[in-house]
Write a protein that binds this ligand. Structure first.
Ligand code: UN1
Length: 494
């Protein structure tokens, strides 16, 4: 019998009031039920928000260094459980074990780094223009924060949101993606064991319409932090607008890697493989466009395709496998639909393009790594985010042309350049309009202590991770203390 997991509300594991559940199946073997989860609705959301509101009264007054001590403990416990949690994550969403280990590691890293903010949370002090007057700015928490998280980084992304919110003194209600609730359950259990007071963190599982929607509209929610598609990001943004909820959105990408004539081609090929097919291409930072200078176009493509052919696709628990399945049936169908569009639009399919079948493949959502070449800027597969192992390669004839092509996108998350020419690297660093840029590595692999996020349709100006994450989960208060004993008027009295 598969295990049944409950919601976590006010420090208790409780069944949904709906009495309904949903199954979470392994995308590499759909015979395997990873767990059964609560199919919750607005009544569960209501109870969770209420619990978080009550807990906020005390939690905001816990000294930040003490809040942080619990977060350090979370990090320590995650270290101990890394292997088990990585295993669960591969079973629920398919990416290979090395990558799910990295996902848990990212949660560890953000927890250690952000817990350090408990002893900083820096504001400023400045001199006053008046005598005998002191002034400073401090960060204050906002209240209950809602988190709506995706399935591709099932523990890392929830941690990017929850840990900064908590260190600032907010309380949390999280709705995990329906494909990956187990990783969030694992994270929440770790928090519980680390001594998180009841009600500070709450989790409600279920669908976007059942849980996400009432959560983002709830009047007591002060911040909504969302990662997912730009389409749903608009829905979240509109839900937040009427009562001016703070809203932090992390959305799509169509990330370009540029390969210049001076590039080390083997290095660029290594980078392209990792950037395009890591996480089965299911990253908002995935390298989905490769722009290659005409002088090295053919040799790059030859080497690249030769290596793509050697990628082993299969169950991510097998250490010999390089690439796991698509996360679910509809993602697989979406990938195949884009492949058809790519062919119809005249893209040259160099490799892949088909679902893998036969034997164990029949039990999962496996797709061949797919390479399209000779792509032009108007083609749909060059413009739209696919979120699968499908990469498009196009030719450019200069650095300026490459930068123009890289920038010609709705999105602005990440980009990269392969070059040995330092001048080219600096021009590209300056002129590609994205939130993240890499030199001589692919478009993926952000570390937790720099801000993460993008321009244009990728985001709405906020950043996750780094100390910038604190800006989403705190508000400034400027405080003036007049100890002159007389009325002093700023801007008026000399
Ligand atoms: C994502 O692409 O959805 O920078 C998140 C990276 C990872 C996080 C990616 N650290 O590739």
């Amino acid at each position: 019998m598969p295990e049944v997991y409950k919601n976590y509300i006010n420090g208790e594991w409780v069944a949904s009031k709906t009495g309904q559940t949903f199954e979470n199946r392994n995308p590499a073997n759909t015979d395997e039920i990873v767990g059964v989860f609560q199919k919750s609705d607005k009544n569960d959301v209501e109870t969770a928000v209420q619990a978080a509101q009550d807990a906020y009264k005390k939690w905001r007054l816990v000294p930040a260094p003490k809040r942080a001590e619990i977060l350090y403990r979370v990090a320590q416990l995650l270290v101990e459980r890394k292997e088990k949690f990585a295993n669960d994550m591969t079973r629920e969403m398919g990416k290979v074990l090395n990558e799910t280990r990295g996902d848990v590691q990212e949660a560890i890293d953000i927890s250690y780094f952000t817990a350090g903010e408990g002893r900083r949370l820096h504001g400023q002090t400045t001199p006053s223009e008046l005598r005998n007057k002191f002034q400073m700015s401090i960060r204050q928490p906002l209240g209950v924060c809602a988190m709506i998280t995706p399935w591709n980084f099932p523990m890392a992304i929830p941690s990017w949101k929850m840990i900064p919110a908590l260190v600032c003194g907010n309380t949390v209600v999280i709705k995990p993606a329906t494909d990956t609730p187990l990783s969030v359950v694992n994270f929440i259990k770790t928090m519980e064991e680390a001594g998180m007071p009841k009600g500070v963190v709450n989790m409600v599982t279920g669908t976007g319409s059942g849980v996400g929607d009432p959560l983002m509209h709830h009047p007591a929610i002060k911040v909504v932090s969302f990662t997912g598609s730009s389409e749903i990001g608009q829905v979240v943004s509109k839900a937040c607008a009427p009562d001016f909820k703070h809203c932090s959105l992390e959305m799509g990408g169509k990330n370009a890697m540029m390969v210049m004539p001076s590039a080390k081609l083997e290095l660029a090929v290594d980078g392209a493989l990792w950037g395009a097919f890591g996480t089965t291409g299911q990253r908002c930072t995935a390298t989905s466009r490769i722009i290659v200078h005409k002088d090295v176009y053919k040799p790059f493509l030859d080497k690249f395709v030769e290596r793509v052919k050697k990628l082993r696709v299969g169950n991510g628990l097998d250490p010999n496998v390089d690439m796991g399945p698509a996360v679910n049936q509809s993602q697989l169908e979406n990938d195949l639909r884009y492949i058809e569009i790519g062919k119809k639009d005249g893209g040259k399919l160099l490799y892949g393009g088909e679902r893998l079948t036969g034997g164990a493949y029949d039990k999962g959502f496996f797709l061949m790594p797919t390479v399209f070449a000779d792509i032009t800027q108007k083609m749909t597969i060059w413009r739209e985010e696919i979120f699968g192992p499908v990469v498009s390669v196009a030719m450019c004839d200069s650095l300026e042309n490459a930068i123009e092509m890289a920038n010609d996108s709705l999105y602005g998350l990440s980009a990269s350049i392969y070059t040995q020419d330092i001048n080219e690297a600096f021009v590209a660093m300056r002129d590609v309009y994205t939130g993240i840029f890499y030199v001589n590595s692919p478009t993926i692999g952000a570390e937790v202590h720099l801000p993460f996020g993008g321009t244009k349709a990728t985001g709405n100006g906020h950043r996750e991770a780094g100390h910038q994450a604190l800006d989403v989960f705190s508000e400034w208060k400027s405080i003036y203390v007049d100890f002159s004993g007389t009325l002093q008027r700023a801007q008026i009295d000399a």
